[in-house]
Design a protein around this ligand. Structure first.
Ligand code: SF4
Length: 395
């Protein structure tokens, strides 16, 4: 059903650019067709040879994807910020209790009004995620997906994290599988990868005490894959997790991919400490993850997840500049939201989470890569000139 492990040809790899002996030995073993183990992943996280990791990740990415960097014309819709885990997910600044100031739940008319940006035919994907709202059960999302499909049949629906699927199953007293079947029948096409955070039980206890356990996140994705529903996966990093926690997390993702092949892409997500209780507790307000760690997360994801074709950088979280550099550290896909920003700018609104198409193309070309728009299954829809600007241009 799905593509399996992608073989890589590393004959062009510049081994002399890898200064750390441990990373060089890892590169030699990959070139010989050997698979890496958890100790290798830990050695890479511990290595200070950032350029060596980037060189290896870039070679693997080029072998799998050439110079093409994809993006999607997507639109985010967050229908409710009401969440039962408001007080226990200490890293979250989005959720609200039902009667708290700022709490909202969209009516179908509000969903449609927001979704109407797609009326120009450019938006090709709705990315729909929200809180664990007791009043947003199966019927709410079924109606939403049916309404969206009736009005915008050309738009793909990528919706609901594993945590939200499990929440609906719990309040409806259904199995994960039955919820997925019912939602697919209503219009669900694929699922995003949010809600993974870091799988370690000890980390979850500290930052997301009551959230779906890591093994259950994997279980919901397995159920989706068995139904033929493709999904993405993530790891939230840069909070209280250890390097070993990161390794264990990657192993669980790689194991499920071996089993089902149902993951489309891996997306490391940088923790931001502002406006959440965890940031205050850690005394880290105003600081974020560091650039070297952002790049290592991308590169090691590319190197270790040998059965993934797509590694995505979320420029909204790590900045456009860091995502651009990430294109030399194994990344072949960037977060989109191009169309939405274009529309907002056309009406004079300010959109902090968006880029114009031109800026996105400039960013990708500036890295010497070829931009390509893709659909939600990573099939290329159109490519753009690779020509880089003569002088560096701000994006
Ligand atoms: S489940 Fe999601 S929306 Fe709810 S508090 Fe946790 S991170 Fe925030």
């Amino acid at each position: 059903m799905f593509e399996g492990k992608v073989a890589v040809d590393l004959r062009g790899l510049a081994f002399d650019r890898i200064s750390d002996g441990a990373v060089r030995r890892i590169a030699e073993r990959i070139a010989a067709g050997e698979r890496l183990g958890p100790a290798d992943a830990l050695a890479m996280y511990r290595s200070n040879d950032l350029m060596g990791l980037g060189t290896l990740a870039d070679a693997i990415n080029r072998a799998k994807n050439g110079d093409v960097v994809t993006f999607a014309s997507n639109q985010h819709i967050n229908p409710t910020n009401i969440c039962t885990l408001r007080t226990t997910c200490t890293f979250c600044g989005y959720a609200r209790l039902p009667k708290e100031a700022g709490a909202y739940r969209y009516t179908m008319d509000q969903v449609l009004a927001e979704a109407a940006h797609a009326a120009d035919g450019l938006t090709k994907e709705y990315h729909i995620v929200g809180g664990l709202d007791m009043k947003a059960g199966l019927a709410y999302y079924q109606e939403m997906f049916r309404t969206l499909k009736a009005n915008f049949p050309h738009v793909h629906i990528k919706a609901l994290t594993a945590v939200e699927i499990a929440h609906i199953a719990r309040i409806e007293k259904m199995t994960w599988k039955d919820v997925l079947i019912a939602l697919r029948e209503a219009g669900l096409d694929t699922m995003p990868g949010g809600g993974a955070e870091t799988f370690s039980a000890a980390v979850r206890e500290k930052i997301a005490g009551k959230k779906l356990a890591g093994a259950d996140y994997i279980g919901v994705h397995r159920a989706a894959h068995e139904l033929g529903i493709r999904t993405n996966c993530t790891m939230l990093y840069g909070h209280v997790e250890t390097l070993q926690d990161r390794v264990d997390h990657l192993m669980m993702l790689r194991d499920l991919q071996d089993e089902t092949g149902g993951f489309l892409a891996y997306i490391p997500l940088a923790y931001h400490p502002d406006d959440n209780a965890l940031g205050t507790e850690l005394g880290r307000r105003g600081t974020s993850t560091v650039g070297t760690d952002d790049l290592k997360m991308l590169a090691i994801g590319r190197i270790f997840l040998d059965n993934f074709k797509h590694i995505k950088s979320h420029w909204i979280m790590v900045t456009q500049a860091m995502s651009q550099v990430g294109l030399h550290f194994g990344v072949n896909d960037l977060e989109g939201t191009v169309v939405r920003e274009k529309i907002y700018h056309a009406v004079g609104a300010h959109t902090p989470q968006g880029m114009t198409l031109d800026s996105l193309l400039t960013l990708i070309r500036g890295a010497g890569k070829q931009p390509a728009e893709r659909d939600s299954f990573y099939r290329v829809l159109r490519t753009f000139d690779i020509s880089a600007p003569e002088t560096p241009v701000a994006v």
